[in-house]
Design a protein around this ligand. Structure first.
Ligand code: TYD
Ligand code: MG
Length: 464
């Protein structure tokens, strides 16, 4: 049945094309089509004819009100920070995809979680395709999981994995990693788009049918996307990303999709000698320690999920050549280009002949627009070579017309900054507290509603 016809599959969206094209016809991404062997459709599946032939017993159609709303059952993983991103624990029949750079701690976290679940009396299974059984045992020893009863299987063939799962369905199974799993039914190589997509689809179907939770570990590419087709993200219920600098101890786990909880909730962990430990009060961990304020540094109060987090934004503006560079780490580069244009037009500060580098300390990725004002102030501070005042924080979105827009839940951000001893805040006018508040004592608040006002304020703070 295997024909040797080739097709081209998009590594972003999984779309197919009979010939190579520079641009994927399905998602429009450039240079993403890779050659792959066409798979013969198994038993005429996906064909309209067979769909009609299988018309016999369909699922019943009911009015919404007649369907009972059942709360999902969740099992806590023994890691409160992981439970937080999952929306309260692992859900029976739910499929979780967890991505992140190599060595960031995916296997470590999942082994710790499985051990806790197993000790709580839930049957588990750890399928390892990357490491051998003895290597997993060594890690467990390092983690201090003595006498762990977690069943471990070193296997990469999908059919054998499903057979093992079916023989003794665990409540929670971890597949580490989905890129190593392959199915006999397909002729393409393990890790190829077709294999990853097919294996994930099979495991997902099995999880739904059996009511077991499955956690798939996924690799990410250089630019931080989950390798393999993006369709993986559509298939699963929850997508978690590990973030952080592998050189620092702190790790963030962020939910970017969750059918069973809030998105953009984050869990914070510290990598220790004995595995990952949750950090329950993380607000100040992404600040670097300067004895005295330095130019080019501005602390941002960002709100990730339900908790405010203080992150230092650093900027370096330096004489560039004829085509100056704009680089950002942890912040969007397009947004940086936009902010520099706004700074020029509405703040009268030109950087067109300068290299501009911006970094969010600690490997955090910040996507909320409320970071804009802190980025602008850090850039201005670096350009002028003058530090912002001691104990300075900022937040607020900057618009193309030079306006400074409010950030959601500004009050909470201010309270967190005051609690941590910050003393000067520059914030959008619409976020300014209407009446004095006990919790904000000691924090001098400057409310601005335009970029030029913020610039004037900086000059005033210099003078004062
Ligand atoms: P790992 O969980 O293997 O990462 P992934 O599965 O995401 O590739 O991460 C292991 C890294 O963490 C490795 O560099 C060593 C370090 N580590 C510790 O610092 N402490 C520990 O207790 C363990 C188990 C690992
Ligand atoms: Mg691993």
């Amino acid at each position: 049945m295997a024909t040797s016809k080739t097709v081209f599959i998009c590594s972003q969206c999984g779309g197919e094309s009979p010939r190579w094209l520079g641009k994927c016809p399905a998602c429009g991404a450039w240079n993403t089509l890779v050659e792959s062997v066409a798979e013969a459709p198994a038993g005429g599946r996906n064909r309209l004819g067979s769909a009609f032939a299988a018309l016999a017993p369909a699922a019943p159609v009911q009015p919404l009100a007649a369907i009972e709303a059942v709360e999902v059952a969740r099992s806590p993983t023994g890691q409160p920070e992981l439970d937080r991103v999952l929306g309260g624990g692992i859900v029976a029949g739910g499929v979780v995809l967890i991505g992140g750079d190599p060595g960031i701690g995916k296997s470590t976290l999942l082994l710790q979680a499985l051990d806790a679940l197993q000790r709580a009396g839930l049957p588990t299974l750890y399928v390892t395709g990357e490491e051998s059984g003895p290597q997993v045992a060594l890690r467990a020893r390092r983690l201090g999981l003595t006498g762990s009863q977690v069943p471990v299987m070193a296997e990469i063939q999908l059919e054998k994995i499903i057979a093992t799962l079916a023989a003794q369905p665990p409540a929670v199974a971890v597949i580490d990693s989905i890129q190593t799993v392959y199915s006999d039914q397909l002729s393409s190589a393990p890790g190829s788009v077709a294999q990853v997509r097919e294996c994930a689809a099979h495991l997902t179907r099995w999880a739904k049918a059996a009511g077991s939770a499955i956690v798939l570990v996924g690799h990410v590419t250089k630019d931080g996307q989950l390798a393999g087709p993006r369709v993986l993200e559509h298939m699963v219920d929850t997508v978690l990303y590990f973030e952080g600098d592998t050189h620092s101890a702190f790790r963030l786990v962020r939910a970017i999709k969750n059918r069973f909880g809030a998105v953009n909730e984050i869990g914070v962990f510290a990598m220790t000698e004995h595995g990952l430990k949750g950090v329950s009060n993380p607000s100040a961990i992404f600040l670097s320690q300067h004895a005295e304020p330095v130019p080019g540094s501005c602390v941002l109060v960002t709100l990730e999920g339900t908790r405010p987090l203080l992150v230092e934004i650093q900027a370096l503006v330096d004489g560039g050549g004829p085509s100056p560079r704009r680089l950002s780490v942890g912040l969007e580069r397009d947004r940086l280009a936009m902010l520099l244009a706004v700074l020029h037009r509405h703040g009268g500060v030109a950087t067109s002949d300068q290299d501009v580098f911006v970094n969010a300390v600690g490997g955090v990725r910040i996507s909320e627009p409320a970071a804009d004002l802190a980025v602008l102030l850090a850039i201005t501070s670096s350009l002028r070579g003058k530090p912002l005042p001691k104990g300075f924080i900022a937040f607020g979105e900057v618009g193309l017309a030079g306006e400074i827009r409010p950030a959601p839940r500004g009050q909470e951000r201010l309270r967190e900054a005051a609690k941590l001893g910050f003393s000067v805040a520059v914030i959008p006018k619409a976020n300014a507290p209407r009446k004095p508040e006990r919790a904000l004592e000691g924090l001098t608040i400057h409310a601005v509603d335009r970029v030029d006002q913020a610039m004037a304020l900086l000059r005033q703070l210099d003078a004062g």
